[in-house]
Design a protein around this ligand. Structure first.
Ligand SMILES: [Zn+2]
Length: 302
């Protein structure tokens, strides 16, 4: 039996969290600290502080044991240059994070995108644990995603597999921060929905309040919410036509919108290239914990 302990770190924009698992995946230690992102050096310091804590815990309680380390980051490692790209914690961009941490820790580590960690965790122990090929979508401030094939993360040629949020669905749509127009993220992320509402009304409302107004049949919230569900169907229907996964799992704050799984699902059916799709579209089960567990399980994958 595999006797390796696992250390997982979830590097977030506001907090950095670590988890230490024993070989049976029992949690031995879990701790979070604020992310000090003023300098790259401080990001490294925070990660190493938490990992050292886990290593010391292992030494004191179990002696010299095998352990592996995985880290989830809000960005992508360019598969060609090994530098961080597309990170919303922008201080990471252009740095060889994996090499720098391995030098400091004198231990091999695995790093992956936090959305990939999310879908991996849900597919090992969460909502999609009964499925092998899963597309995970995150609808939060932005739209992230990841692809798991045979319970393993599929990174893609450049490392961007699963980045469905930056697929343009309307060429004349809003300008996205990535430079394209009409990206999925500009329509069905939290910030996208709030911007659409603001542009129509001049009023700043948070997603739950927009949804509440729509449920009370108040215009223009109702119309904007219907468009939101239709764009969800267009985006997810497209994913199904391309990848035809066994299941889809949704994470992020907007995964709590019940209509995604009812009216939204009917819209997905409308747009997918099959007359009667049965793909389960499931709400996440692990919540905020998916990132840190997924990071710890990165070493399960090849
Ligand atoms: Zn974009």
């Amino acid at each position: 039996m595999n006797q390796t302990y696992k250390i997982g770190v979830d590097l977030g924009g506001t907090k950095t969290e670590v988890i230490l698992l024993d070989p049976e995946n029992n949690v031995l230690l879990r701790e979070r600290i604020p992310t000090r992102k003023d300098t790259y050096e401080n990001i490294l310091n925070g990660i190493c502080y938490l990992i050292d804590k886990c290593i010391n815990h292992l030494k004191i309680n179990y002696g010299e044991v095998e352990y592996n380390i995985g880290i989830g980051i809000p960005g992508i490692i360019d598969q060609k240059t090994q530098k961080v790209i597309n990170a919303n914690t922008t201080i990471l961009i252009g740095n060889t994070l994996q090499k720098d941490l391995e030098n400091r820790l004198q231990h091999k580590i695995k790093i992956d995108n936090d959305a990939n960690c999310f879908v991996l965790a849900e597919t090992i122990a969460g909502a999609t644990k009964d499925y092998h090929n899963v597309f995970g979508i995150i609808m939060g401030t932005g739209c992230g995603g990841g692809l798991v094939i045979n319970k393993q993360i599929y990174k893609g040629f450049h490392g961007i597999a699963g980045e469905w949020g930056h697929f343009s669905i309307h060429p004349e749509g809003p300008l996205c921060w990535c430079g394209n127009k009409g990206c999925i993220e500009t329509f069905i992320s939290g910030s996208g929905l709030e911007n659409l509402y603001y542009n129509e009304t001049g009023e700043s409302l948070k997603v739950p309040d927009i949804v509440k107004k729509a449920r009370n049949h108040l215009q223009p919230a109702k119309k904007i919410f219907e468009q939101f569900l239709d764009n969800f169907g267009r985006a997810v229907g497209g994913i199904i036509s391309i990848f035809d996964p066994d299941a889809i799992v949704i994470g992020g704050g907007l995964s709590n919108i019940d209509e995604l799984y009812t009216i939204g699902y009917e819209k997905v059916k409308k747009y997918a290239f099959y007359h009667d799709i049965k793909t389960p579209i499931l709400k996440n089960q692990l919540g905020d914990s998916a990132g840190v567990f997924g990071a710890a399980w990165l070493n399960n994958t090849t």
